[in-house]
Design a protein around this ligand. Structure first.
Ligand code: NAP
Length: 256
């Protein structure tokens, strides 16, 4: 008998890695995946205890893994540690990301490299290593990347960030083409303007804040929890035939 539709969204028995899960969008997505039944491996440089405790208090399974994705050795170390703790992972949410703002003419090589290392190189390496392990287990899996409005648009004063997030939309398609045949769905979520540390400078600038709000049909900044439905959908059997999309969750921003 086929599963009832809501059951296809459940993640019981799955293990999900969420990078950048110490706060903001990653923390919210990790909590949502845990609520849907997954055990969650949280990765970031900073303190993960708060999110781990919150998930455990709700009856979920979680563990924090101190990880600096700017370090080339980090992806393999993280996957080894998760394997040791949980046995392999089934879902990878590539969410860790940084932004450096400067005018184009003053944009430094150092800022360019720092953003590219975390936002795109680490995503490629971690996804490749994750997929290799799934392939070796002949197991299906899900990769979900956190893209951006700047996967579609140019932005202002964020050259490296735009380049990295546009590359991420392309990488999502490139990986999906090669991984769909072995049962791995690769997709991305493109959050709109969300109220997190990443956008605090924009919200603190009254003129930018006003012009951003005026363009959002929903009339408000997004909240981290606004991604919950999208991430559970893309992590679950409910999206079995969905490959290579970059799904905007943007209050309508791109329609304007
Ligand atoms: N907020 C928005 O409006 C928005 C819109 C579109 C896309 N995004 C994207 O969504 C993702 C999450 O952003 P956010 O808004 O939640 O930002 P945030 O509050 O600044 O959180 C960023 C997360 O990434 C982690 N991180 C940063 N550098 C890392 C590194 N080298 N190694 C491991 N983890 C690292 C941070 O943890 P530690 O500092 O503890 O390492 C933190 O958990 C990013 O990819 C961002 O580009 C955000």
């Amino acid at each position: 008998m086929s599963k009832k539709v809501l059951d296809t969204f459940r993640l019981d028995g799955r293990v999900a890695i969420v990078t950048g899960a110490s706060r903001g969008l990653g923390a919210a997505m990790a909590i949502a995946l845990a609520e849907a039944g997954a055990k969650v491996a949280l990765a970031a440089r900073g303190d993960l205890d708060g999110v781990v405790k919150q998930i455990r208090a709700g009856g979920g399974g979680a563990e924090g893994f101190n990880t600096d994705l700017a370090d080339r050795a980090a992806p393999k170390k993280l996957l080894d540690a998760v394997e040791k703790r949980f046995g392999g992972a089934d879902i990878l949410v590539n969410n860790a990301g940084i932004i450096r703002r400067a005018n184009l003419l003053e944009y430094s090589d150092e800022d360019w490299d720092a953003v590219m290392d975390v936002n795109i190189r680490s995503v490629f390496v971690l996804s490749r290593e994750f997929a290799k392990r799934l392939a070796a287990r002949k197991a299906p899996g899900k990769i979900i990347n956190t893209a951006s409005m700047l996967s579609f648009q140019g932005g202002i004063r964020v050259a490296a960030y735009t380049a990295s997030k546009s590359a991420l939309a392309g990488l999502t398609k490139a990986m999906a083409n090669e991984l769909a045949p072995i049962g791995i769905n690769v997709n991305a979520i493109a959050p709109g303007y969300m109220a997190t540390d990443n956008t605090s400078a924009l919200r603190a600038d009254a003129a930018r804040n006003k012009s951003i709000l005026e363009r959002i049909p929903a009339g408000r900044w997004g909240e981290p929890n606004d991604l919950n439905g999208a991430v559970v959908f893309l992590a679950s059997d409910a999206s079995a035939y969905v490959h290579a999309i970059t799904l905007p969750v943007d209050g309508g921003w791109l329609a304007r």
